[in-house]
Design a protein around this ligand. Structure first.
Ligand SMILES: Cc1cc2nc3c(=O)[nH]c(=O)nc-3n(C[C@H](O)[C@H](O)[C@H](O)COP(=O)(O)O)c2cc1C
Ligand SMILES: Nc1ncnc2c1ncn2[C@@H]1O[C@H](COP(=O)(O)OP(=O)(O)O)[C@@H](O)[C@H]1O
Length: 279
């Protein structure tokens, strides 16, 4: 994972910024970043709700430094005060890039026209970025993920959806009765709909093909789990943080009336995943 550049770059060197929430760092966000010059930076306004790319993960998706501002600390500002703050923070600011729907200030009463009136430098407003006539917004991507429509989510993101979790102890049943899995505690990221997914798993910078179950283990102990099975490899000592990259959904979570039936289905899930990676 990339280190935050914002600690390495002097704010005085920044001449252009893009402003927004930027949860997802999706295709439309990347269009904004393209308008920045080589001394550009991203000003991410943190609402506290980002769960596609939680705060500490945004830097991974850009080479520009990301500076975070907490929405609650700035949302009371009048337009002039907001611009004054930006100019204090970035004394050499010449250009601001925002999207067509950008609003700011007290009660969100200032829009792109307000920004142009108040800022004495250049303001670039990016037109609505769409995918097949559907506007790209993080709220739509969240909906796709919640519905398990990973393909659509990835299309809108312009990359594969990735979550990060902490390795935890499982029931110890997998190895004995089914297949070995690495169990994860995922706290900050939005989880896809319960079910089984073709995935890749990153352990200490190494990428493995995998199949991941997430949901309530309705066939065994009923508790909620995120567990990944690495294909064609025995992994014994995964610890710390690991990353799961979602590629496609195989099926919904199911309750089986015997361990045997679940085991057969898990083998089928593994075959589907192996075939995908073989192609
Ligand atoms: C590919 C795969 C698919 C799974 N599908 C289901 C399922 O549909 N229903 C269910 O109750 N558990 C499912 N499980 C979870 C198993 O119940 C779980 O692996 C088992 O309880 C072992 O858990 P443990 O790793 O905590 O020991 C699945 C697990 C894997 C690896
Ligand atoms: N589909 C889009 N087309 C053009 N600009 C966009 C689009 N989505 C977001 N933006 C711009 O990107 C910045 C970040 O917006 P944000 O509200 O965080 O994105 P989202 O709408 O995806 O939640 C804002 O300046 C916003 O106007």
């Amino acid at each position: 994972m990339k280190k935050s550049y914002s600690t390495l770059v002097n704010k005085k060197d920044i001449t252009s910024i893009a402003i927004g929430g930027f949860d997802g760092m999706h295709i439309a966000h990347q269009q904004l970043f393209k308008q920045l010059d080589k001394n550009g930076a991203i000003v991410a306004i943190e609402s506290g709700y980002s769960n596609l790319t939680p705060k500490s993960f945004r830097q991974e998706y850009t080479n520009l430094p990301v500076y975070y501002y907490v929405l609650d600390n700035i949302k009371h500002l009048e337009g002039e005060e907001f611009i004054k703050l930006l100019k204090e923070e970035f004394p050499n600011l010449k250009k601001i890039v925002v999207g067509f729907d950008f609003c700011f200030g007290k009660n969100r009463k200032y829009n792109t026209t307000g920004l142009k009136n108040l800022f004495d430098g250049e303001v670039v407003v990016v037109d609505e970025v769409c995918n097949n006539k559907l506007a790209i917004h993080s709220r739509f991507i969240r909906d796709f993920i919640k519905q398990g429509d990973i393909k659509k989510a990835n299309e809108f993101l312009g990359k594969e959806y990735k979550i990060v979790g902490q390795v935890i102890k499982g029931q110890g049943l997998g190895k004995k009765s089914f297949v070995p899995t690495i169990n994860l505690l995922v706290e900050e990221f939005l989880l896809p709909k319960e079910g089984v997914y073709i995935t890749k798993t990153i352990i200490k910078d190494e990428i493995f093909n995998s199949v991941t179950f997430l949901g309530h283990r309705v066939t065994t102990d009923g508790s909620f789990a995120v567990e990944t099975h690495i294909l064609n490899k025995n992994i014994h000592n995964a610890i710390g943080k690991i990353q799961i990259i979602f590629i496609d959904k195989i099926r919904d979570n199911e309750k089986f009336n015997s361990f045997e039936k679940l085991k057969n289905q898990i083998n089928e899930d593994i075959n589907i995943s192996l075939k995908y990676f073989d192609k």
